[in-house]
Design a protein around this ligand. Structure first.
Ligand SMILES: [Zn+2]
Length: 409
């Protein structure tokens, strides 16, 4: 194991200790105690690697290596450091520590970039605390404005700015960043799927990120006693919701081309074992590589939900998030291919089935992503694992690409 690989193992190992569920995967919600612990570790490493550290008004972390050109835009490298509940150690952190080690290689090689290099660690990509997801990058690019950010609450009704204050973050700092300050955004991420492992290839170059939509369906019926209300008099919101959810897979299958639909969260009210549910709220997550499929699935879900409206049941559909499929920057993909060939690293091209911060950045700057294999293709669970050797390989590629993009000497 070389030094770089060893450092990757150390970083990943340390970050995985900052979990609310020790022994049961990584649970690191945004602005939690574990967020603060991971944040301190990342900031400490940034300082150690000679980067100027700052945080913005959403809590994103930036470690900057100044360039020689005054006022020049930065090349950003990083990923997110939050997790889903009981997730793995690699989704997000692999990309953050890759960014850190690219900066370390600049330092080790005494390189002075013309354009600044910024290592970036983003908050709330998963949306596990404040819904919607991609919050850090949406804040930086201005897609999420100040007002909407302040109004976001977690499931306990705690507001973003209150949660930030809890761990000593200053929400009054600037959030949106002028696109002119960004030259490129590079992100390493685990594949979270089985393709690279199946092919035995260490590096995937992402062509496009599939479009992603989150809908929230509300079904309202009437509460009643589970014993005394006869079946024919009931307006059971959960029974209606269950029928709708059971029909969602066929909508995705009919659409084809890898389109997928998932209901991952369901809230039942009042949620008592002997009370007929009067309200159910559930999520619908739709994804596809083609926008036409996404639009058509949205329509079909709405039509399906609407068909359950009757005298006793009332339904509504709210849009939580809409992200169109996003192509990655073709010039940077070419550069990455060139660097893979120079380093003699096998690679292939693929689409990303998961949403990533890179898709948000691609609207304002040249964005590109590298994938490394995920063992058994699993992610968002404690079993998630990637080889530190592959992360180290990706760091070498990113380092070479970052040198070219910052024109470092
Ligand atoms: Zn991720």
């Amino acid at each position: 194991m070389n030094d770089l690989q060893q450092r990757m193992e150390t970083h990943i190992g340390r970050l995985s200790e900052f979990t609310a569920t020790p022994g049961n995967g990584t649970t690191r919600l945004t602005y939690s105690k574990e967020d603060l612990q991971a944040r301190l570790y990342i900031k400490e490493k940034m300082q150690e690697y000679g980067l100027q550290v700052r945080e913005d008004g959403i809590g994103n972390i930036f470690g900057r290596l100044e360039g020689t050109l005054t006022g020049a835009p930065s090349v950003l490298i990083g990923s997110h450091f939050d997790s889903v509940p009981n997730g793995g150690s690699y989704d997000g952190p692999a990309g953050v520590v890759a960014g850190l080690e690219v900066a370390a290689l600049f330092k080790e090689n005494n390189l002075t970039p013309k354009y600044p290099l910024e290592v970036i660690a983003l908050v709330e990509e998963e949306g596990a605390r404040f819904e919607g997801g991609l919050m850090g990058s949406r804040g930086i690019t201005g897609v999420l404005n100040e007002e909407d950010f302040k109004n976001l609450t977690d499931k306990d009704g705690i507001k973003t700015i209150e949660a930030m204050a809890e761990i000593g973050l200053d929400s009054s700092l600037p959030k949106k960043r002028d696109p002119k300050t960004m030259k490129a955004y590079l992100e390493l991420h685990i594949e979270q799927g089985p393709i690279l492992e199946g092919k035995g290839i260490p590096i995937g170059l992402v062509k496009a990120i599939v479009g992603l939509v989150q809908l929230e369906v509300t079904v309202e019926g009437k509460a009643g006693h589970a014993g005394t209300m006869p079946m024919e008099h009931r307006s059971d919101a959960l029974v209606a919701a269950a029928k709708m959810i059971a029909r969602l897979p066929e909508l995705a299958l009919n659409e084809g081309e890898g389109s997928v639909i998932t209901t991952g969260r369901l809230n039942v009210f009042p949620n008592g074992s002997n009370v007929i549910p009067n309200k159910v709220v559930f999520t619908v997550d739709l994804r596809s590589g083609k926008e036409e499929h996404i639009l058509s699935m949205i329509e079909n879900v709405k039509e399906l939900v609407d068909s359950y409206n009757d005298s006793g049941i009332k339904t509504s559909v709210a849009h939580q998030l809409y992200m169109a499929p996003k192509a990655m920057d073709s010039d940077i993909i070419s550069l990455l291919k060139e660097k893979c060939s120079e380093l003699d690293v096998p690679y292939c091209s693929l689409n990303s089935g998961a949403g990533h911060d890179a898709m948000v950045f691609s609207d304002v700057t040249a964005a590109a992503m590298l994938f490394i294999p995920s063992r058994d293709g699993v992610s968002h669970c404690p079993e998630e694992w990637s080889d530190s050797k592959d992360i180290a390989t990706a760091v070498q590629i990113l380092f070479e690409a970052a040198k070219a993009l910052t024109e470092a000497e």
